[in-house]
Each structure stands twice: as C-alpha cells, then as structure tokens.
Design a binder for this molecule. Sequence first.
Ligand SMILES: Cc1cc2nc3c(=O)[nH]c(=O)nc-3n(C[C@H](O)[C@H](O)[C@H](O)COP(=O)(O)OP(=O)(O)OC[C@H]3O[C@@H](n4cnc5c(N)ncnc54)[C@H](O)[C@@H]3O)c2cc1C
Length: 571
Amino acid sequence: MPYRAPINEFSFIFDKIVGLGDVTSTPLFEDASHDVVTAILAEAAKLSDEKLAPVNRSGDEHHTVLENGVMRAAPGYGEAYQAIAEGGWVGIAARPESGGMGLPMTVASAVNDMMGAACLSLQLVPLLSMGQIEALEHHASDAIKELYLPKLTSGEWTGTMNLSEPQAGSDVGALATKAEPNGDGTFSITGQKIWISWGDADFAENICHLVLARLPDAPKGTKGISLFMVPKFLPDADGNPGERNDLRVVSIEGKMGLHGSPTCVMEYSGAKGWLVGPEGGGMAAMFTMMNNARLGVGVQGVSSAEGAYQHALAYAMERKQGRTPVEGPGTIIDHADVRRMLAESKCDIFAARCIALACAAAIDMGNATGDAAWKARAAFLTPIAKAFGTETGMRVSETGVQIFGGMGFVEETGAAQYYRDVRVTAIYEGTNGIQAMDLVARKLMDGGEAAYALLDEIEADAEKTRATLPELAEPVWQATETLREATEWLVSQSDLQDRFAGAVPYLMGFARVLGGYYHLKAALAEGGEGTRSRLAKFYIDRLLPEHTGLLTHARQGAVDLYAITHDDLVA
Ligand SMILES: Cc1cc2nc3c(=O)[nH]c(=O)nc-3n(C[C@H](O)[C@H](O)[C@H](O)COP(=O)(O)OP(=O)(O)OC[C@H]3O[C@@H](n4cnc5c(N)ncnc54)[C@H](O)[C@@H]3O)c2cc1C
C-alpha cells in the first residue's frame, strides 16, 4: 500500500491534545489561521504522497554515489527535492524577513512527519537546512543573514552541520579542526569532519556548511569552539555562487540504511569561512541548530513508524494464513498476536507523535510569549521527543518486519528498509543515551521545576476525568505519582553517576506516562466511546504498566552497576 499522510490525525492532535489554538492566538502566529493550517496540511500531504513516497525505494536501491568528485543523488531525488523547494517547505518555520512562511514549529513538525514517512533520506535535506536557518537567524551577522537566508529558505542552497571528527563524536569538545584568522574578517578552516549528512548534493546550487572549529590559542573543551559558515562556492558580490572553496567530499560511508542520504567524510584545506556568533560561542550557536534537529529527528522516528505501520497493516489485511478465530476474510490481522503488534504500534505512534507535537507547541509558546516556563517545558520535552520518537520508530519498524513474516526479511517488500533507515535516528543528533543524560542532569538542574509543572498538569487533568472515565484516569494518575517519586529520587542524587545509571529507563518511563496522559485526553475528547477510547484502553492497560519496571530501574543508582567489573562482563 502506498503511504497516505494521516492529515486527520494531525488535526485532531492540534485541536484536542497540544492546543495549537493557543499558539495561533498569539500575535506572532496570528496568520496561521485554521484555514491556513488545513491548507498547509493538505498540500504537504499531496507533496509527500505524490512526489516523495515514489522515490523512497530508489534511494535504497541505487544509493547516492561519489563519481569523480561529484555527488550523484539517487534517481528521482533531484525532482523530488525541487518539489520540496518550490513549495516553500524548507522555509516553513523561518521568519518572513528571512523569506520564510513564519508558521509555528507545531505545523512544521507535522509537515516534517509527512515528508519523513514518505522518504526519510531525502527529508534529511530540508531538515538540516531548517536547523541551519534557525541558527543563522539567532546568531549570524546581518551580512550573513542577508546573503544566505533567502537562498536557504528558497531551497536553492542547502545546509549541513559539521561537528563530528574521528576522535570527537559524543564528546564534541575534543574536536580539532582549526580556524586561522585571515586578517580581513574571514578565517581559514582546516581539518577533517566525518559523517556529514548531505555534505554535497547535485541538485543544490550551493552547500552551506556550518562548521565547528578552534581559533589559535582557544581553550580546550567546548569553551574553545567557534562556529563558521563555510560555503562550497563563495558567494560573489551579487550573492550568486562564485569561486569554489577549498573543501571537498573525500568519501562516503557504506551504511546499513538511509542509503539515499550520503554520509560524507569532508576535508577542509584552508577553506574560507565567516564567524557565526562570538568567538568561543560556537557550541551555544550550534545548539540552536541541534535543538531544532533533535526535535526534527524525534519526528523522523515517528514518521518512520507511521510509514512502517501503514505498510505492515496493508500486508496484514491481505495475507491469509491459518484459521482465524473471528469471522472475516481470514487474513492474519485477525490472529491475536498480529492484532497485538498492530495495536501496540498504533498506540505508540500516537503517544510519540503527541510528545513531539507538544514539544513543538511549547517551543512556539516560548517564542511567542517569551515566557520562561514555556521555554523550560520545551527544553525538558526535547530529549524525550528525540529519544522516544526514535525508539518508537525502531520498535514499530522492527514489528513491521515481524508482521510480514519471512517476507519482512526479504528486501523486495520494503519492510526491512524502514527498519534499516530509522536505526540511525537513535544514534545521530546525540545518541539516545546522551539525550537521557541531558534529561536527568541539565534538565533537572532547576530542582525538577519543569518536570513537576508537567506532572501537576497531568494529575489535575486526570483528577477532572476521574468521574467520567475512572478506568482510564485512575491508572494515569497513579503512574504520574510513581513518576513524581522517581523524579524526586533523581533530583535528590548529588552524584550525577547515580542519575546517569538510570537515565534511559527514566526517560522511557516518563514517555510512557506522557503517552498515557495523551491517550486519556484523546478518549475524553470523544466522550469515552469510539476508536480513540479503545486504543486508549489498550495503551493504558497494557503499555502504561511498563513504567513501573522502568522507573524501578531508574532509581537503582550506580553502585551496583559499577560493582560489575570488566572481568564480570568478559567472563
Ligand atoms: C548516518 C549518520 C549521519 C550523521 N550525520 C552527521 C552530521 O550531519 N553531522 C555531524 O556532525 N555528525 C553526524 N553524525 C555523527 C553522529 O552525530 C555521531 O555518530 C554520534 O554523535 C555519536 O558519536 P560516535 O559515533 O562517535 O559514538 P561515540 O561517541 O563513540 O559513542 C559510542 C557509544 O558510547 C556512548 N557514549 C559516548 N559518550 C558517552 C558518555 N559520556 N556517557 C555515556 N555514554 C556515552 C554513546 O551513547 C554510544 O552508545 C552522523 C552519524 C551517522 C551514523
């Protein structure tokens, strides 16, 4: 079955779960009327269904290749990218003065969800550009903004992020790329970057690399890092691509998936660059791009889950095997275990999508009101959206392979592609382990204030719903109390290792409870009867209980973990 963008799902979540109406009531987003948002969703769905989904297999089968120093994208990618650019989708959330549409991140995230489900490897191009646009809007000089932003928002030029080096992956502070001042306000960038997604593309007029590098005598670690704009072609006086810069793609990695997206080793040999943000302020500036991309990658996880789910559902509705226990066409959808796999997937996609869109709505409210509480909410939800979204992508696509049985293991069905493509989302943009550490350390540095504010809200809503939907509201309220206790325990641990030892289970436990809350809201929105209520009951009865195991794990501390020695692990 070809991918069909779930527009009604987005509309429902906007209206009933994350309160897009509050976002669009602010002066910043007042142009995003209901009619505008509806039209945007319909157009993005058309783009995804008709232009992007048809090239998804092409990227997997043909890969992007480097031929005589020229990057050749998979057949069909150039045309599909032009459709993204011409539709103005790269600039969907960019400010109007940058040439963008100025729409809320909530709406942009739904669009990314559709594009990612249709073709993940190509959607990475606009995703990276979107993050770069936001970083430039916040940190670049007016001259750089004037030169680059119109080209990036129009999609004529594309953006990349260059952090990783062989010795500097999660530990970005270990990077060694050098930036020497040229004495004319520009810098010479020298060094090697690895794993640079879309480090080149034959369908873009110019590639704008945001590169982290060190100035001479810069202090060690992250404090000594600065950020530079290093274009493939130096813009001439009219802003058109001019002289070739001293940078090149040395090779592209052979990967287990996401073959349509070239992952490049980049060599900078005294390439000309311009400082973005202050000297030594590179990490802060890059964090704007990284936070944008973290939510974006979480959404990639959700989108892959959606694509894999639709694909597996279609198969389950046509594959006949054995006698099914209920009347019907006798297809495998009626076997209990297949029904379980589909229901779990459906429920988790809804939970992960709500978490991502709630995070996006908090970002929008923070931008629109400047309110510190909204900003704290957005910061708190970002690692959860990234990690739970991508874990959901992996779990659902793996389940999709299982639903296909032997045909899931055979490449021709395409089920395996979802599984292979999404795997990296849990790794790039900060591994999920690093996200979880961020959650229990930096995001609890406020003494748990942002976490408790969210828990208070869930409990208050669950209280209100107790009378009407007790069998759903009560477990959600109880789970929130367990989560509050686990949060209090973590906040009280002064040794960060005790928090880190349980960081991933805490993040996953938190996501489970949030999922229960959003399912409860969904059931309430239809008066406790109907599809959403049945799915809510399934989630709350069967998936929400996982939080107890996860949060017990989260509270064990590091002592017994480190009591396990190297020898124990090799024994
Ligand atoms: C397909 C692909 C595309 C990519 N695109 C880009 C890109 O466009 N730009 C870019 O700059 N980079 C990119 N990357 C790099 C990516 O961001 C890194 O792979 C990632 O940050 C992890 O770094 P690493 O691979 O060096 O793993 P390591 O840092 O070596 O980590 C290995 C393991 O150790 C864990 N670990 C490491 N440090 C800690 C710690 N302090 N505490 C606990 N656990 C820890 C990690 O979670 C992981 O499980 C890409 C990678 C891939 C595979």
